[in-house]
Design a protein around this ligand. Structure first.
Ligand code: FHN
Length: 393
């Protein structure tokens, strides 16, 4: 039975990191339609496998991703080592359907690990349990011999990933269809992972709760203080889609970060690089702007949170570190601003890194006065409230 003290020790960096880069990259990137293209378009395996020999990514693209992640204020990365298509971006003794033995001709996971570490970022491995390429990937549900072979294959690959790449910080399982955790022998698999990587944190998608929850596309804070991380696409697909124009803006990402921080969770924001590894321009532009905002206001995001049941108000929301409450303003109503929901007596109000603000407080309602009539972009405004008990500077 996992002891919570050890879990809190292992989760400490993760909870403070707040913001990570998800990377979906694979054979599907060449088709530029969706990472589920093999399934959605019913492409026969022998047809789809040809993509394994036409994929020739540029060298060292992972370093470009790691530099961008760092510039964006991200503290960790999670890359697909194998998505549902079954193609392994890592070296494996259990299959020849790998980046080393086919088109790329090199270990793309090793390159990614080296790049992330070179930029001081934590390393996460995404690994899909569902596998459309393995002959037993579906019949394992109804045939014990097939289940045995498939479970041994999956456990064997997870062992390779936890053995051959040095320290791994996150194991990010995905889609455990078609087996139950018992049929996966998930307890045994995760115990093996922890024996090889004692500090690792494991998500909840092997079917066991493990260390953190993984809501997807919707900010859904976990209850009872359990660690959680919401994963989001940058546009409408996890994989590369050249025609998709619906990329999130920097302000949208900042707003998501503030809501995630308020709820005490993490944001794992996805990029779907082109087949050659290039990052779509709209991601680069937005991530650079997010990084700029975090360099100014990161203290109100990284290790500040306020997981009280706060209705995410139109005007904005709170995060908190000790007795400093940060108010992130969403909408700027003019030269006065009323903020509700405060649980402490306010001693001082000021723009974060800026001037003091005149205020009055009635119970939990604070009114700020003489605000600039033409304020900077509302999302660019973080108000810092020193509440009762903070040693005054
Ligand atoms: O089917 C996958 C999908 O392609 C993508 O990898 C997401 C990322 O969280 N996970 C599954 C859908 O939940």
């Amino acid at each position: 039975m996992e002891n919570t003290g050890d879990r809190e020790r292992r989760l400490k960096w993760f909870k403070e990191a707040r913001f990570g880069m998800f990377i979906h990259w694979g054979l599907y990137s060449q088709l530029g339609r969706h990472e589920w293209v093999m399934n959605r378009e019913r492409i026969p395996i022998e047809e789809y496998e040809k993509l394994a020999d036409t994929w020739h990514p540029r060298p060292n693209v992972a370093r470009e991703w790691a530099r961008l992640a760092k510039e964006a204020g991200m503290r960790y990365m999670v890359m697909t080592t194998k998505h549902h298509e079954g193609f392994c971006l890592f070296d494996s003794k259990l299959t020849d359907y790998t980046a080393v033995k086919r088109g790329p001709g090199r270990d793309l996971v090793a390159e990614y690990v080296e790049a992330a570490r070179a930029e001081g970022l934590r390393v996460g491995f995404y690994y899909s349990l569902m596998d459309w390429h393995h002959p037993d990937g579906a019949r394992c549900k109804f045939n014990e011999a097939a289940r045995r072979r498939f479970v041994d294959y999956i456990h064997g690959q997870v062992k390779e990933l936890c053995t051959n790449y040095g320290k791994v910080d996150i194991l990010w399982y995905d889609v455990n269809w078609p087996l139950t955790p018992e049929e996966w022998e998930a307890e045994k698999m995760n115990a093996m992972v922890r024996s090889l990587q004692p500090d690792i944190i494991i998500n909840d998608r092997s079917g066991l709760p493990e260390d953190f929850g993984t809501p997807e596309q919707h900010i859904t804070p976990a209850k009872e203080g359990r660690a959680w991380e919401v994963c989001m696409t940058f546009n409408d697909s996890w994989g590369y889609t050249p025609i998709d124009t619906n990329y999130k803006s920097a302000w949208t990402v900042i707003s998501m970060l503030r809501q995630v921080a308020a709820g005490g969770g993490n944001l794992l924001l996805n990029i779907g690089p082109a087949p050659d590894g290039s990052v779509p321009e709209p991601c680069i532009r937005a991530l650079r702007e997010v990084g700029e905002w975090l360099r100014k206001y990161g203290a109100s995001i990284y290790d500040a949170s306020d997981p009280m049941e706060q209705e995410w108000m139109i005007t904005g929301g709170f995060t908190r570190k000790g007795n400093i409450v940060y108010f992130h303003c969403n909408r700027w109503p003019g030269n006065q601003l009323a903020i509700g929901g405060l649980r402490n007596k306010v001693l001082r109000a000021r723009f974060m890194g800026g001037d003091d603000i005149r205020f009055t407080q009635e119970k939990d309602r604070l009114v700020l006065y003489d605000l600039p009539t033409l304020p900077p972009e509302p999302l660019d405004t973080v108000i810092e409230l020193e509440v009762e008990g903070t040693p005054r500077q």
